[in-house]
Write a protein that binds this ligand. Structure first.
Ligand code: 26Q
Length: 767
């Protein structure tokens, strides 16, 4: 039976599922069995263990509907990705298994709080940002749609670095996440993977991905010889020499800046070679099962791979799976031992692979020196050369070749994306504008060759994590209003439109927002000792730190507001808390300078008696998925401010909008489609559009002129160099001066204000 409990503070009914009228006793019986004590007597750590065991038992007992068992024999998606930014899993697993309310109720009855128990779980930060989080969201959605699809990736021992601030500057510390609290399940699957001078033995670990009716897997490959002791204690440096010890030690913290290349190739090959073998083994197993009921002429084999598997290549990081599959098929032949020719292998693999592009930033497009590949994985080079040769035979245009000839010691560069486009069946961008740009400019030469391959798949987010899990109050209230069908069909949220003018509903929604704001204030205080006023507007920008995302624009705008308040020009200013969260790639000096600059601004405005009650700037350290879950629900304003044309999609923008924040952003990526869906009145669009940027570039953009003509801009931008802030004594030649120079004068390798901060600043401030 369903019981509703009324929560007077939140004026909300909570649905609690009870069985036979008595509170469920499932956790309690497990704790008695496992730990020999009542749930009440368990510590939070023990409760966590009990919940994990409960989930494992639910999984073991799950009824397998015939439909889903059948689908496992059919075509399967392999989403192969160097990153899966899955975050914490406990609560999501409970939600997806449909037992969240029941577990929470039993814990509450035993005097335990689920939120406290969540703190026990270490977060799996196996991704840098959007690309890795997208992969994790897709896995959740695939499972919940009841589709047959698994993830394939690497089991990094250390996730993305943990960020701490020292004197306002980012410092990276290692993030060990694997412990007894992790959801990894060792499997028997193991392969011998060959590199040029040595081999390693892999082991596959699985993480279950629960859908409403089916369970899929995230397969993460690892080796037993990784040595965590080689990590330099004071930071994230480690001994790069012995691949056997460091192969899966670290997730590369480079979000588009190139670094640590050789090891990156070892990692990529290790991932794809394991993935390719797993895919072929599963294909063989399916063929054997299917063939039992088929006659001679109908028998399935590797030649039927495109009917049985589709391999989605998440950016170019797993691209080597194409030559690796071709190599395995041509070297080992078909299931029955018959030979597979190069022509046939290319045809089979090309019809099975699809590629997603996530960026047009030139520095993020992978090009590997032939010399590196020859040194790490020489077995792939003959295949890559063959693929290149075929392209050269068919096309004159050297811009579409796979191997770019060079006169240096690289012996040529392999353009990974070119392999995907020529030898895959689909190329997709991640938002309408991004796909348009791929077709019309960035990949236009390829679009002309293969128009039929290009398509758009605008990104999305899983509602289960980004609404139901992170905003229980809102989810419960929506359920009260429109039922819970939206939990598996997001379109059903449209039913809320009938309440658009209902003031009591609107009031209730703002009460929920207020509760989330208060909860965030408390969390920030408990976690980082930060005090914020929960009656202020929360204006939030959380994402990786990158010049194109333009956190610096936000910083300049805050300084503009600061000066205007000081000059008495903003008498009716509503107190606002600006919250930043962002990690910078460790080698990305400018991004790190921007973090320091924002921390300096915080120091200034938070302590100035003229502004401290009106402006508060907070840079939370170590922004990650768990933080995001608490932040997006509390935001009044979201700030996706990228230079138009450069944010392929963005997905944070969707999380904020879903949880009722307004948006102040550029006409870029998925912001455009969000405005189309949610109404332009809910999205405050500012600044140059993509076509304006193109025009400005053609006409010749001169930021120095704009800066000199506008005293307010000049004053703000000059805070980088005029002594307003301490750049650790480096005045005039430190990291702030470098930022200033890059904006106003440019450098030998980049024109001034490459990301159009100065042009957009007044438009942004006004909006
Ligand atoms: C490349 C070479 C060597 C080492 C690292 C890398 C590397 C690592 C991570 C390159 C790129 C990334 C991550 C890219 C990323 O997160 N892109 C984002 O993808 C999202 C999902 O599609 C989009 O919403 C964002 O707009 C896009 O920036």
């Amino acid at each position: 039976i369903k019981v509703e409990s009324f929560c007077p503070r939140h004026h909300i009914y909570n649905n609690i599922r009870m069985e036979s009228g008595i509170m469920s006793d499932k956790l309690n019986s497990i704790s008695n069995e496992l730990l020999n004590k009542n749930l009440k007597a368990c510590s939070n750590e023990e409760c966590y263990e009990v919940i994990k065991e409960y989930v494992a038992r639910l999984e073991a007992l799950r009824e397998r509907e015939d439909k889903y068992l059948q689908s496992k024999l059919g075509k399967k998606l392999y989403y192969i990705s160097a990153e899966f930014l899955i975050g914490k899993l406990m609560s999501n697993n409970l939600i997806n298994l449909g037992v969240y309310d029941e577990v929470r109720a039993e814990l509450e009855a035993a005097g335990k709080e689920l939120a406290q128990i969540e703190e026990i779980e270490s977060e799996a930060s196996l991704g840098n940002g959007g690309l890795g989080r997208l992969a994790a969201c897709f896995l959740d959605s695939i499972a919940n749609l009841g589709l047959n699809g698994d993830g394939v990736g690497l089991n990094y021992h250390l996730g993305l670095f943990r960020q701490v601030f020292e004197n306002g500057r980012q410092k990276e510390v290692p993030d060990y996440w694997i412990g007894k609290d992790s959801w990894l399940i060792p499997t028997d699957v193991s392969y011998k993977i060959d590199f040029a001078d040595f081999s390693v033995t892999s082991r596959m670990y699985d993480i279950n991905v629960y859908g409403e009716k089916t369970t899929n897997k995230l397969h993460l490959f690892d080796i037993a010889t990784v040595n965590e002791a080689i990590v330099n204690k004071s930071g994230i440096d480690f001994d790069k020499d012995d691949i056997k010890e460091n192969l899966t030690l670290f997730l590369y913290p480079d979000d588009s800046d190139e670094k640590g290349r050789m090891l990156r190739i070892y990692q990529q090959y290790f991932m794809v070679s394991n993935g390719a073998r797993l895919i072929l083994d599963e294909c063989r197993a399916k063929c054997e099962q299917l063939n039992a009921a088929l006659t001679d002429g109908e028998r399935k084999s590797y030649r039927n791979l495109p009917e049985l598997a589709v391999i989605q290549i998440n950016d170019t990081h797993p691209t080597m799976i194409i030559p690796e599959l071709i190599r395995l098929l041509t070297e080992n032949g078909d299931i029955d031992g018959t030979a597979i020719s190069m022509d046939e292998a290319i045809k089979i693999v090309s019809a099975s692979c699809a590629y997603t592009n996530h960026t047009i930033l030139a520095e993020a497009l992978e090009k590997w020196p032939v010399r590196y590949l020859e040194k790490c994985v020489p077995q792939l080079m003959p295949v890559i050369r063959e693929l290149d040769k075929r392209v050269r035979e068919r096309y004159d245009d050297s811009s579409v070749y796979i191997i770019e000839e060079r006169d240096d010691d690289s012996r040529g560069l392999v353009h990974m994306a070119h392999i995907d486009i020529h030898y895959g069946m689909s190329v997709n961008g991640v938002a309408k504008l991004h796909t348009q740009i791929l077709k019309n400019t960035e990949l236009n030469n390829f679009y002309k060759l293969y128009p039929e391959k290009f398509n758009n798949k605008t990104n999305g987010i899983t509602f289960r994590r980004w609404l139901i899990h992170c905003n229980h109050e809102l989810a419960d209230y929506i359920t009260q209003l429109i039922g819970d069908g939206y939990k598996h069909d997001a379109d059903k949220l449209k039913a809320l439109m009938s309440y658009a003018e209902d003031t009591s509903v609107i009031e209730h929604l703002s009460d929920i927002k207020q509760n989330n704001k208060t909860a965030l204030a408390k969390y920030l205080y408990d976690k980082q000792g930060i005090v914020i006023n929960d009656n202020s507007i929360y204006d939030i920008q959380v994402k990786r730190l990158h010049e194109y995302k333009r956190q610096l624009l936000n910083a300049f705008s805050i300084m503009t507001i600061y000066f205007r308040i000081k000059e008495g020009k903003l008498p009716n200013w509503t107190p606002t808390t600006f919250i930043f969260g962002a990690k910078a790639a460790p080698g990305y000096a400018r991004a790190k300078a921007i973090i320091k600059y924002i921390n300096e601004i915080a120091d200034l405005v938070n302590n100035d008696p003229d502004t401290k009650d009106k402006l508060k700037v907070v840079f939370i350290s170590n922004y990650n998925v768990s933080y995001a879950e608490k932040i997006v629900v509390a935001a009044d304003l979201s700030e996706p401010t990228s230079t138009a044309g450069l944010e392929a999609s963005g997905t944070g923008n969707m999380k904020f909008m879903l949880n009722g924040a307004l948006t102040l952003g550029t006409y870029d990526g998925a912001n455009i489609e969000i405005a189309e869906c949610a109404g332009e009145e809910n999205e405050y669009i500012f600044g140059a559009r993509e076509e304006d940027i193109e025009r400005l570039k053609k006409e010749g953009y001169d930021p120095k002129k704009l800066y000199e003509a506008n005293p307010e801009i000049k004053k703000v931008v000059d805070t980088l160099i005029d002594g307003t802030f301490d750049d650790d004594g480096a005045q005039g030649e430190g990291s702030f001066a470098e930022l200033h120079n890059a904006l106003i004068n440019g450098t030998s390798w980049q024109e001034a204000d490459h990301y159009f901060h100065i042009y957009d600043l007044p438009l942004y401030v006004e909006t």
